[in-house]
Ligand binder design. Structure first.
Ligand code: FAD
Length: 556
């Protein structure tokens, strides 16, 4: 069996899940579960992971897509967290430099805002120090004129000054996939569309495994193992309830939405982090031809799989953005799409969602089940280290096993294995070289750039196939689309058009208009590679169209 997340290995992986003696079973294939799988597998722990939807289909594809230094924690005086998360940001960047990329952020200081010039300067200074920010990325305070020069669209009547600091932009679902692919290289078994329906116990009430349902085939089977970890994000309390251990602290779901507008309508050339006017802060981030704006933070109690985007959520963000950039004059008709995600926060009496801590929480059950929820994308590696540390301790206590320390600090993720220290200049140089190699297929520089920074060092695997298809029919777009779909199926475990257009490529977030014109062609490739019948592929097309409709549902 190859060491990729290949859809063609599903039967073999299923067989191994059924029959092997697993030391660790993880429920949930978001960033938290993926991180634990990599940490555990790279310490030699026999690891299995199941995900009921697609990998990263929960919160891990619905975030603001930033690897934060934790500036927000400073506001709440969680200094230890700023220190930890800030340093972690650099590690995540180094290990996945193709998808964790520095982004200059402007923080406009406004007349009636939360932050004055002095407090912002001091806060960012403390932040640079605590988070260990590299010298070249230290904050720079800007005058009103300098701020306007960088972001001319800002409201001059409100603006007093500005600050420039750095965040790192990422693609959350791709980060999750790169972590999982690396875990697979260390022999972790991972299957999407496999739901943990029940927990298994011995006579003493200790957890011994899970009963799962294959959501593609309908088959149910048991996976047995010594330790079970629930990394089920917003669904974590459901697993704790099954385990009869939902006592004390529990989750509170907070919904965050983002809206997407065209750069033509909102001429923002710099990412900004700005006051909403009601004591909150919101990001507006340009990417490719769009700008996305978010996020909201409201209590939520509806459907967890695909949270609704309400018209009032969109209005809230439009109001905030029109206040800071009135000339943009954005209204709903300009909103191309939106997405919503759920934060699994730990409930605290009397606090509103914005006031709740973003720190992760580990729950220990008498049955032996460990559950983890909360936290951030950014801190996934540390969360994984903590949980795997607990598992390692149990394994060492119960056998002659040697204790192995966390291995992930200096471990490049899949796609991030550049043959040099990943400085931006060197990566750009490599991109240039790779583009020279593919130019003859008539792919544009912009399109190849997207692919290069989506797949990093794995790009050659796609290029190789694109050459082959291009030689067959000289159709550039088709050759690259087919090659990318092939990679997503056989190296990244994609089964459906939604897996491809949402979690593998992020097109639904950043290039929604590009999907419909390619849906039929993409369907043909899925049909061919996965040997699907007509009805199945038709259902997939409809499912994808329903996702496109969901992204604009707020208009109704
Ligand atoms: P999830 O990604 O939800 O994964 C849990 C998985 O478990 C799901 O895929 C689910 O399908 C699966 N599952 C559940 N039950 C079962 C079962 N019975 N069997 C099998 N599988 C199951 N963090 C940052 O660092 N930077 C940001 O910019 C940022 N922005 C955010 C913006 C918003 C609006 C939100 C909501 C969060 C944001 N976060 C951000 C936080 C970050 O996205 C989350 O902390 C992180 O994605 C949570 O990952 P997770 O793996 O714990 O949960």
């Amino acid at each position: 069996m190859n060491k990729f997340l290949s859809a063609s290995d599903r039967n073999k992986v299923t067989e191994q899940l059924k029959t092997k003696n697993h030391e660790l079973i993880i429920i949930g294939g978001g960033i938290t579960g993926a991180g634990i799988a990599l940490d555990a597998a790279s310490r030699g722990i026999k690891t299995a992971l199941v995900e009921m939807q697609d990998f990263a289909a929960g919160t891990s594809s619905r975030s603001t897509k930033l690897v934060h230094g934790g500036l927000r924690y400073l506001e709440h005086l969680e200094l230890g967290l700023v220190h930890e998360v800030g340093r972690e940001r650099e590690i995540v960047h180094t290990n996945a430099a193709h998808i964790v990329i520095p982004e200059k952020m402007i923080l406009p200081i406004i007349k009636d805002g939360n932050l004055g010039e002095f407090t912002t300067s001091l806060a960012l200074y403390v932040y640079d120090f605590l988070a260990g920010v590299k010298k070249e990325e230290h904050r720079k305070m800007l005058s009103e004129e300098e701020t306007l020069e960088k972001v001319p669209i800002l409201n001059q009547e409100l603006l007093k000054a500005g600050a420039l600091y750095y965040e790192y932009k990422t693609n959350d679902s791709r980060l999750t996939l790169e972590v999982l692919k690396k875990a697979r290289e260390y022999s972790a078994l991972a299957l999407n569309y496999t739901k943990a329906e029940d927990l298994l116990y011995n006579n003493e009430g200790k957890i011994t495994g899970i009963k799962v349902k294959d959501m593609l085939k309908g088959e149910t089977y048991k996976i047995e193992g010594q330790n079970v970890v629930a990394a089920a994000g917003p669904w974590t309390d459901r697993i704790r309830k099954k385990d009869n251990s939902l006592k004390g602290k529990h989750l509170r779901h907070s919904k965050g939405i983002h809206i997407v507008v065209s750069k033509k309508d909102f001429k923002l050339n710099h990412a900004i982090y700005f006051d909403t006017g009601d004591n909150r802060m919101v990001f507006a981030i340009p990417r490719f031809d769009i700008v996305y704006i978010g996020t909201t933070d409201t209590d939520y109690s509806g459907n967890l799989e695909n949270p609704e985007i309400l018209s009032e959520d969109v209005d809230y963000l439009l109001k905030a953005v029109n206040r800071i950039a009135p000339d943009a004059n954005l209204d709903k008709s300009r909103v191309k799409s939106a997405w919503a995600g759920l934060r699994p926060l730990i409930h605290e009496e009397g606090k509103n969602p914005s006031e709740l801590s973003r720190k992760d929480e580990i729950f220990h059950s008498d049955s032996g089940l460990i559950a983890i929820a909360g936290g951030k994308l950014t801190g996934y590696r540390i969360m994984a280290k903590d949980v795997t540390g607990l598992i390692m301790k149990r394994l060492v206590n119960n056998s002659e096993r040697e204790k192995i320390k966390c291995q992930t600090k200096n471990m490049r993720l899949s796609g991030g294995e550049f043959p040099f220290y990943p400085e931006t200049g060197k990566i750009e140089e490599l991109y240039g070289q790779k583009f020279d190699e593919v130019k003859h297929t008539r792919i544009s520089a912009a399109e190849f750039r997207k692919l290069f920074f989506r797949y990093g060092m794995n790009i050659d695997k796609i290029t190789e196939k694109a050459f082959e298809y291009y030689n067959d029919n000289k159709k550039s777009d088709s050759a690259w689309l087919k090659a990318e779909i092939r990679y997503s199926i056989f190296k990244e475990g994609a089964y459906t058009l939604s897996d491809f257009f949402i979690r593998r490529t992020g097109r639904i977030f950043f290039e929604i208009d590009s999907i419909e014109p390619k849906i039929q062609e993409a369907a043909e490739y899925f049909k061919e590679f996965l040997n699907l019948d007509k009805d199945t592929i038709q259902n997939q097309i409809e499912e994808m169209r329903a996702e496109l409709a969901h992204a604009v549902n707020f208009r109704e």
